[in-house]
Ligand binder design. Structure first.
Ligand code: FAD
Length: 465
């Protein structure tokens, strides 16, 4: 694999060839166009040499085959909302922008499946299948703008993970363009198949490093009849965590079980002063219960009595969809609200067994006490043990301290049996942590798989390893 950006003469050659095959309007090379593809949710900046906007599998195959022949890096891109730099073209080369391949190809209610192009926005799929009283459960907080292709490549999680699982659990079949431009279809459109190795499961979460998805068949389930939401305030994080664990150990599986800590609450207060949050609340749980009307009522009553026994200070119940939306607003505004505390932020995505949540929160607090000039806010999908640890700092110079602190948090996470990334992936941002968690022999198997799929290393180079 050639390192560094594509040579000028090669670029011209390639633009001409791609323009011929894909149509000139689908090949962008002006600086102002390329700048739009230089960054993603990780806020890094690397300029691509060419942007290709395919409309068909054939377009993708043509572009990747040419890139492979010329040994040019290929970076697939959905909405660019990834938080670990998955879509940033760190070695220049070609960005494949999938936003034009955004058709829902079929929804088959009898089979409980839908097939889509990768550029379909997650919420669009959820809305369309709901018209058939069907449900596509994976629900990242970015569902309103992120794409199914990006979700599959990152194995996106989200707020429904505890009850319904993550993207991996809903992918039945993938049409994939391989590094040499050939096209394969993994899996079947059946709800079960154990024929051969499970390549579909291997490709989900591969972050654009093994193949490029051009069609995705997802599993659907019946749409739950009813959802109810509670917003619960607690005097201590211990009360919130004990409640969360207790709810689950009493056989209630919430659709969502989200935790927000004291620093995050302070951010929300500063960001939206009109939100009436109790002064002395030090933790919040947001709880969604879904299912049949009767079982939802029963679940909500049990949760209410359970949180009261665990010192809940205030419980707000949403009575309708509008009120639900207002309660969830508390969680939705967190990401932008954090920037009110400090202009710089590193967002980690650790996941521990749920029984270790209090331990990891205590460890983070202890680590923070040794870096008192850094601010930390924790929130996340407590039901899955997935905590988003946000380390914020005032001056750019403090970045190295923030990175040191993160590294200590990662080591603690691993000591508690956890993992470096619950759902945001590795990209280039977390690649340094991969060897902390994955043993050398296992890492070598991963590298061998990468080499087999992509011998010239053109697919998303600079990521993962
Ligand atoms: C406000 C906010 C909230 C978020 N909340 C969550 C959350 O709750 N849960 C969660 O899991 N994530 C969350 N994310 C992260 C992000 O939205 C997800 O990782 C999402 O899956 C990325 O989708 P995308 O379309 O933006 O992909 P991109 O960022 O464009 O790309 C992500 C990766 O997918 C690859 N890729 C894209 N398309 C293809 C394709 N067709 N074939 C092969 N590879 C491809 C790219 O190369 C890259 O490696 C959040 C991000 C933001 C900004």
């Amino acid at each position: 694999m050639k390192s560094g950006p594509v040579q000028k003469s090669e670029t011209k050659n390639l633009i001409a060839l791609l323009g011929k095959r894909l149509g000139e309007k689908n090949v962008l090379f002006a600086l102002e166009d390329r700048l739009c593809y230089a960054s993603d949710g990780s806020k890094q900046k690397y300029l691509p040499d060419i942007v290709v906007r395919p409309q068909t599998t054939q377009h993708v195959s043509d572009a990747v085959r040419l890139a492979n022949e010329h040994e040019i890096p290929v970076y697939a891109r959905g909405a660019g909302s990834g938080l670990t730099g998955g879509a940033v073209p760190v070695l220049g080369g070609m960005v494949l922008d999938f936003t034009q391949m955004n058709r829902i190809l079929e929804i088959i209610p009898e089979d409980l499946v839908a097939t889509v192009e990768p550029g379909v926005v997650t919420q669009t799929l959820q809305t369309e299948v709901a018209k058939h009283k069907l449900f596509y459960p994976p629900d990242p907080a970015s569902a309103a703008f992120s794409t199914i292709g990006g979700n599959v490549a990152e194995c996106a999680g989200g707020i429904t993970g505890l009850k319904y699982g993550v993207t991996r659990d809903y992918i039945l079949s993938l049409e994939v363009v391989l590094a040499d431009g050939s096209v394969i279809t993994t899996g079947r459109k059946t709800l079960k198949s154990v024929t051969g190795y499970d390549l579909t499961r291997l490709l989900v979460g591969s972050e654009g490093t093994l193949g490029i998805f051009t069609k995705i068949t997802v599993k659907l389930i019946p749409l739950p009849e009813k959802i109810e939401t509670l917003l619960v305030f607690f005097p201590t994080p211990e009360d919130a965590v004990t409640s969360a664990n207790g709810i689950i150990s009493h056989n209630i599986l919430p659709r969502a079980l989200e935790f927000i800590d004291k620093s995050s609450i302070d951010c929300i207060k500063g960001y939206r002063q009109e939100m009436e949050l109790p002064e002395d609340a030090n933790a919040i749980l947001i709880i969604d219960i879904d299912g049949e009307e009767k079982s939802v009522q029963k679940g909500i009553s049990l949760v209410e009595s359970f949180v009261s026994k665990n010192n809940a200070m205030k419980v707000i119940a949403a009575k309708n969809a509008k009120e639900r939306d207002a309660l969830w607003e508390v969680r939705r505004i967190l990401s932008p609200a954090l920037y009110k505390i400090a202009p710089f932020k590193i967002n980690e995505d650790i996941c521990v067994p749920r029984s270790q949540i209090l331990e990891i929160l205590r460890a983070i607090s202890e680590i923070n006490s040794r870096y008192p000039f850094l601010k930390v806010a924790n929130f996340g999908h407590i039901g899955d043990g997935n905590i988003h640890v946000n380390v914020m700092y005032e001056k750019e110079n403090d970045q190295s301290f923030a990175e040191k602190m993160i590294e200590e948090i990662i080591h603690s996470t691993l000591r508690f049996g956890g993992t470096v990334s619950g759902e945001h992936g590795i990209g280039n941002v977390k690649s340094k942590f991969l060897p902390f968690e994955i043993a050398p022999q296992e890492l070598q198997i991963m590298k061998n798989i990468k080499h087999m799929f992509d011998p010239k290393g053109i697919l998303n180079p600079g990521k993962f390893f």
